[in-house]
Design a protein around this ligand. Structure first.
Ligand SMILES: [Zn+2]
Length: 223
């Protein structure tokens, strides 16, 4: 145990740097005392270093189950046969649109699309009163955005002289290895040109998730 927050913080910073240098990604997970206490009570275990890290791992794994709008509508109507399919789809699509536009819960969290479709925009915790989803569904396209954040560093957390590479509109570092390469690129003269690569990655990143990939620098290879 450290005597002061300052000592603790110094150790954390060093550990973080060591992990990054070893090639690991860092995921920050917020822990609330209430949920931690609840977890110990449920399992009848004591609060110590190893059970704390056990809890963090459990919390990291827990999360939404992904589902498409179509599948969710089917499932929901099976359980609630009197509800109207068209209205349900409209509500879900509206909530998803809100999520994609960056609408937040009044507490600042991302909204939970499925819950918001029924009770108005809010995050999972504010809607359900539970700290984390365990067996709950969320629309797949509203999860991907959060998944991509895992391990990404925010620009505010990086020392100014260490900032390089690319960041998305929200300030998160873009890992260019994870950017999908459209098939169009395979027939382009710029493919495998290291000078063009950063630009190509930006173009790809901007259009991630879109059906058709467009590129104004595309020049077909003469085979
Ligand atoms: Zn909230």
């Amino acid at each position: 145990m450290h005597d002061t927050w300052y000592d603790w913080s110094k150790t954390i910073k060093k550990t973080k740097l060591d992990l990054i240098n070893q090639g690991s990604g860092i995921v920050k997970i917020a822990i609330y005392l209430d949920e931690l206490t609840e977890y110990y009570k449920h399992r009848g275990i004591k609060n110590d270093g190893s059970t704390r890290s056990q809890f963090v791992q459990a919390k990291y794994i827990m999360g939404f189950k992904k589902i498409s709008i179509d599948k969710y509508v089917k499932l929901h109507l099976k359980n609630n046969p009197t509800e109207n399919k068209v209205d349900l789809e409209k509500q879900l699509k509206n909530a998803l649109k809100g999520y994609q536009k960056g609408v937040k819960c009044s507490c600042g969290n991302d909204i939970w699309v499925i819950g918001s479709a029924f009770v108005g925009n809010g995050c999972f915790t504010c809607i359900t009163g539970e700290s984390m989803p365990i067996d709950d569904f969320e629309i797949d396209s509203a999860i991907n955005k959060q998944d991509n954040r895992i391990g990404q560093r925010h620009i505010n957390d990086i020392k100014p002289d260490e900032i390089h590479g690319f960041f998305d509109d929200d300030g998160y570092e873009i890992n260019s290895e994870l950017i999908k390469k459209p098939t169009l690129c395979l027939t382009c003269v710029h493919e495998d040109d290291p000078n063009e690569e950063p630009l190509c990655n930006m173009t790809r990143f901007d259009q991630q998730g879109e059906q058709e990939f467009k590129c104004f620098s595309y020049k077909k290879i003469d085979f």
